[in-house]
Design a protein around this ligand. Structure first.
Ligand SMILES: NC(=O)c1ccc[n+]([C@@H]2O[C@H](COP(=O)([O-])OP(=O)(O)OC[C@H]3O[C@@H](n4cnc5c(N)ncnc54)[C@H](OP(=O)(O)O)[C@@H]3O)[C@@H](O)[C@H]2O)c1
Length: 309
């Protein structure tokens, strides 16, 4: 399969493109941050530029697309709602429309943050109520994708893992700071169900393989508070967990509203895939094994020199 992965310089996109390149011919699209590697072909393009999507599809002729590119920084979206809407809503809509014309399977990666987190235990049947501009634009993107490409997969994710920048995921935040003996804060009242990004990658590929369509919660099979997640990292890596202060998210002074109980059910995913979804502990084990294999360093060595900034 010729698989096109957008956002291939990001946390999910690079890990996914690397996992996929073991079985498929992968093309990774990046914008400002080039990557240098032999595992797959890299194209550098701003997908918002005129004709960029058409040229990319013409050049690659993909058999499937997993769209990971996004403005995924919650606070950056609050700062620039127009750009957030263009990248997170209009771009996936346009890609979905173009791929639907040629019946190309399309996966839109969305977020657990479409829920307000008041109740928790959300299934795919529950009504979203996004609180931030990031989440609102991602939900709008979901809407366009399902309208223009009804056979597309929409995967609401939450993830952790090793990233090319070395600082993209919450797990890296805890690992980096605790390794440097820096005190950090962990929210005791924000819950989530993060999947290891490498497991998420394999799940997205399995969903394509099984020809699933529609909306799925692609999260771990259990959930945890952000404070306990930090403690779990400290314990797995033998770091000092007393450096983590337990606080409430209300005392953190964040500009974008956060959803406190982002616990989502992955039961539909497990049932339709016919396989169990990893637990956070299983993901943590693999996160640790990857570290022992120097995987974080290898990812960081793949980074080229940014073309801007
Ligand atoms: N990270 C999380 O915890 C999390 C949680 C839930 C859902 N998600 C979703 O998962 C997906 C991947 O997130 P991530 O954290 O891996 O993202 P990320 O690390 O922030 O990377 C974003 C990627 O999008 C690319 N991009 C942005 N604008 C672009 C444009 N105009 N044209 C081409 N490429 C563009 C970036 O390219 P350059 O860097 O080269 O400019 C980068 O490769 C997103 O859909 C996000 O909403 C993420």
């Amino acid at each position: 399969m010729r698989l096109l992965v957008t956002g291939a310089s990001g946390l999910l996109g690079l890990n996914l493109a690397l996992e996929a390149s073991q079985h498929h011919t992968v093309f990774g699209v990046v914008r400002e941050n080039p990557i240098k590697l032999d595992a797959f072909e890299v194209l550098q393009t701003d997908l918002l530029a005129p004709k960029a999507v058409e040229d990319m599809l013409e050049h690659i002729q993909p058999d499937a697309i997993i769209h990971c590119a996004a403005l995924a920084h919650v606070d950056a979206c609050e700062d620039d709602p127009t750009e957030a809407r263009r990248i997170n809503a209009e771009l996936p809509g346009f890609l979905a429309a173009k791929t639907a014309e040629e019946a190309i399977p399309f996966v839109q990666v969305s977020t657990d943050g479409v829920f307000d987190g008041q109740r928790g235990d959300y299934t795919e049947a529950d009504e979203p109520n996004p609180l931030s501009i990031y989440a609102r634009t991602k939900l709008e993107g979901e809407g366009y994708v399902s309208e223009f490409h009804p056979g597309a997969i929409i995967a609401r994710a939450n993830m952790f893992g090793w990233s090319p920048s070395g600082q993209r995921s919450l797990a890296e935040f805890f690992y980096n700071n605790l390794s440097a003996n820096n005190p950090v804060k962990g929210f005791t009242d924000v819950y989530f169900c993060p999947l290891l990004v490498n497991d998420l990658a394999q799940i997205l590929l399995a969903m394509l393989d099984k020809k699933l369509t529609g909306l799925y919660h692609t999260v771990s099979s259990d959930c945890i508070s952000k404070y306990d997640f930090g403690v779990a990292i400290a314990r797995r890596f033998g770091l000092d967990e007393s450096l983590i202060t337990a606080i409430s998210v209300d005392d953190a002074g964040l500009s974008a509203a956060r959803s406190p109980k982002l616990t989502l059910s992955s039961e539909k995913l497990a049932r339709d895939l016919g396989q169990p979804i990893p637990t956070i502990e299983e993901g943590m084990e693999r996160f640790h094994s990857l570290h022992k294999e120097n995987y974080p360093q290898k990812l960081q060595e793949m980074r080229g020199v940014p073309s801007k900034s």
